[in-house]
Design a protein around this ligand. Structure first.
Ligand code: ADP
Ligand code: MG
Length: 722
């Protein structure tokens, strides 16, 4: 058995358990060992019964003297009672509703019992303790134990018990048992952080950390192990940032002169006044472009804050310097929409804007592309024009990187909603750019609010421009968490809005019943909600179009539709041909329908706050008062609290911070489109370790430490950046 061994080789793993473990990301022995507890319960103190006190959480070791099971009169549940003696004293134990106990345990058995000591009118007792047999010949001495390997050999009692995040159908005991089977494999873990780097960082060896995180002897050991494991996660991020920083520092980029007059004229044609933040961000970008080193900037701004026009200014400036610009969006819908926006923004200029995606190739002012008969002929023509520099701005999905695309002279790459670019992607772009000597400038745009301190950790290599201020014509979107019995009122309200000419979004977590979530919700630390109970687009569409709004135009949209179909639906919606659009999270990012005024979200507990905020940002994009209604299917008090916070909070940054705190960054930013890190153990509160990881990574010589470089590469692959 080694680290790569599949867990199916372990004892007591059947098909169902295998499946459930895979939901937790556990497929190999290595996955199992790197599945960390999120807290501990200390049952390491084994006390004499005579010394027990009310309220203690302890372990005792004793023999069963009496054991009997009976049915309780009131609750009609099996109650098992036992009397235990350890020589010092006797103690009563009681379990409710666990009929198997009286069959597995017998008078005379010696066991460890861990649980909370309680006092009632008959004296002290322990309720529903965990128990575990004392193995033959085990000394009663209790100090210096290690759960597995020496000492007591216990897994579920008499030690500091690790508590793991679970999914339905897996128990702590099962997980602990599985991990105890692979302890010996820990020795095979090779430390990717070289010893001298470990010394500088003052962290323990990886195998030791893994052993201690699952089988700690004391709190100090947990602390050391956690420090090392948190350091690892943060160190990878910082190394990656450092690697990018080092490679960017030596690269050359085209110098883009500031075409001041043209930009001023452009701004004058806009139907609105730029906000101060938009001006500052544009200025920062324009200054970056003038330098001879590649810009590497993240433009952050809440939904509707107006990032597109900032990107357009950078684009215009670049094209006026006779260079090309590539703009990449995460979905075809968004790419199409950017295409329309840019065509509109540049309609009074000579700039040729093109759209290239899996299913489309078209260009403004170049009928040559559209005159071709087949899509492949259109693409061919498009690619030719691009290479000749006849198309100045190309907009597409990430397929742009894979298509047979070649630029004449690409100087600026703008990426919407993907946060950042991997080393490999940069290389690909550079190769396509048409200029071997320079690297294009990069601008990332995101509506995901990322607090500055967090951004420094995650995007240590990027410069940051933040648009905090919203255009002044925006109204607060009235947000209400609606009880199901008020559903009809919400429908009446929607009908009224449509009557006034407005349009409505209805978001559902699933495409069709019995399907997996399109939105890849985080299972860890959450109760796994069976997908059957979530609302689906197709079922809601049926209901709304036939029963609720038979007179209105209802349609639907989801990620599995052909992109031509999707575009058609979006166009119909934008053109007012659809009143109510039922959709999955595909409408999440960037979609702009100014006439829409109601966002109704089904099963809102399934979404993160940042994502809900994105949905909410789909409405209120004009002067109409807009509304966001949240419905829940299966809401816990915790999720209700989250949704209530959302109800009254309209600042994306505050929402992100709240969710970071409650759900962790993996859940907040780890959606499929973001390609971000998934911190398992480190959190944004680990300021000291963040700083440590930054300091150690700064200036590191990657030639001297190939294993560090390798690790960053592996990490990039694992988060699907490439
Ligand atoms: P996002 O930052 O979410 O990408 P957009 O760039 O799509 O936002 O802008 C949203 C809407 O706001 C667009 O219709 C855009 O024309 C408009 N807009 C942008 N800047 C301003 C401004 N300063 N004042 C008023 N409206 C603006
Ligand atoms: Mg946008």
């Amino acid at each position: 058995m080694d680290l790569k061994t599949k867990i199916t080789r372990l004892n007591r793993i059947g098909k169902t358990l295998e499946k459930r473990l895979s939901l937790l990301g556990i497929v190999t022995v290595e996955d199992l060992l790197f599945y960390f507890p999120f807290r501990y319960e200390d049952y390491s103190t084994v006390l004499d019964i005579a010394k027990l006190q009310n309220g203690q959480e302890v372990t005792i070791r004793g023999k069963i003297e009496l054991l009997n099971a009976k049915r309780s009169s009131r609750q009609r549940k099996i109650v098992t009672e036992a009397l235990i003696s350890d020589g010092s004293e006797q103690l009563r134990l009681v379990w409710f509703g666990q009929p198997f106990i009286s069959k597995t345990l017998h008078v005379g058995d010696e066991l460890y019992f861990s649980g909370k000591v309680k006092s009632d009118m008959f004296g002290l007792q322990m309720v529903s303790p965990s128990y575990e047999r004392v193995r033959n010949g085990e000394p009663s001495q209790t100090a210096g134990r290690r759960g597995t390997g020496n000492g007591t050999n216990t897994i579920n009692t008499a030690r500091i018990l690790p508590i793991y995040s679970l999914t339905a159908g897996i128990t702590q005991k099962q997980l602990r048992f599985l991990i105890s089977q692979v302890v010996h494999v820990i020795d095979e873990i090779v430390d990717w952080v070289p010893e001298d780097v470990r010394d500088v960082a003052d962290v323990m060896e990886l195998k030791e950390a893994i052993r201690s995180i699952h089988f700690p002897e004391n709190q100090a050991e947990i602390n050391h192990a956690e420090k090392r494991l948190k350091f690892d996660e943060l160190f990878i991020l910082q190394l990656r940032a450092e690697m990018l920083r080092q490679s960017i520092k030596v690269a050359k980029a085209p110098k883009i002169k500031f075409s001041e007059k043209a930009i001023q004229d452009f701004v004058a044609t806009l139907p609105f006044e730029l906000t101060k933040d938009q001006k500052v961000a544009s200025w920062e970008i324009i200054q970056d472009l003038e330098k001879g080193v590649p810009m590497n900037r993240l433009l952050e701004g809440d939904v509707g804050s107006g990032k597109t026009v900032v990107a357009a200014m950078a684009t215009l400036n670049t094209v006026l310097n006779n260079y090309q610009v590539a703009i990449m969006a995460p979905t075809e819908v968004l790419a199409s929409q950017h295409y329309e926006s840019f065509c509109e923004l540049f309609k009074d200029t000579n700039i040729v804007v093109g759209l290239l995606s899996r299913s489309k190739a078209q260009a403004s002012q170049k009928s040559k592309v559209e005159s071709q008969k087949s899509l492949s002929a259109q693409k061919k023509e498009f690619i030719k024009l691009l290479k000749e520099g006849e198309i100045h701005v190309v907009i597409g999905t990430h397929a742009l990187l894979t298509e047979d695309v070649q630029f004449k002279d690409l100087a600026l790459v703008i990426v919407d909603e993907q946060h950042r670019f991997g080393v490999e992607q940069r290389k690909t772009i550079k190769e396509k750019s048409g200029n071997k000597k320079t690297t294009p400038h990069f601008l990332s745009m995101t509506a995901t609010p990322i607090p500055r301190s967090f951004a420094l950790t995650i995007y240590g290599d990027l410069d940051l421009s933040i648009i905090k201020q919203m255009p002044s014509n925006r109204k607060v979107i009235k947000t209400r968490l609606v009880d199901d019995h008020n559903r009809q009122k919400a429908y009446d309200f929607i009908a009224e809005q449509v009557k006034q000419g407005r349009q409505v979004f209805v978001i559902c977590p699933l495409i069709e019943q019995k399907e997996k979530d399109e939105n890849e919700i985080e299972i860890i630390n959450y109760n796994f909600t069976g997908s059957q109970e979530k609302k689906s687009v197709l079922a809601e569409f049926e209901k709304l179009s036939k029963q609720i709004f038979p007179d209105l135009k209802v349609d639907y949209l989801h990620g599995k539709m052909k992109s031509a179909e999707k575009d058609e639906i979006m166009q119909d919606f934008a053109g007012g041909k659809i009143d109510i659009l039922v959709s999955t999270s595909v409408v999440e990012v960037g979609v702009n329908i100014p006439n829409a005024s109601v966002m109704m979200i089904e099963g809102s507990e399934n979404f993160g706050l940042a994502q809900l905020h994105q949905f909410r940002g789909r409405v209120g994009r004009s002067s109409y008062q807009s509304y966001c209604f949240l419905f829940t299917t299966k809401s816990s008090p915790k999720s209700k609290e989250r949704l209530e916070f959302f109800e009254k909070t309209h600042d994306g940054f505050a929402l992100a911070e709240y969710d970071l705190e409650v759900r962790g960054p993996g859940a907040v930013y780890g959606t499929s489109q973001s390609g971000m890190m998934n911190l398992k153990i480190a959190t944004m509160r680990d300021n000291d370790i963040i700083k440590l990881a930054r300091d150690v990574a700064r200036g590191i010589d990657f030639k001297k430490y190939p294993s560090l470089k390798q690790k960053v590469g592996d990490w990039e692959k694992s988060v699907h950046l490439e």
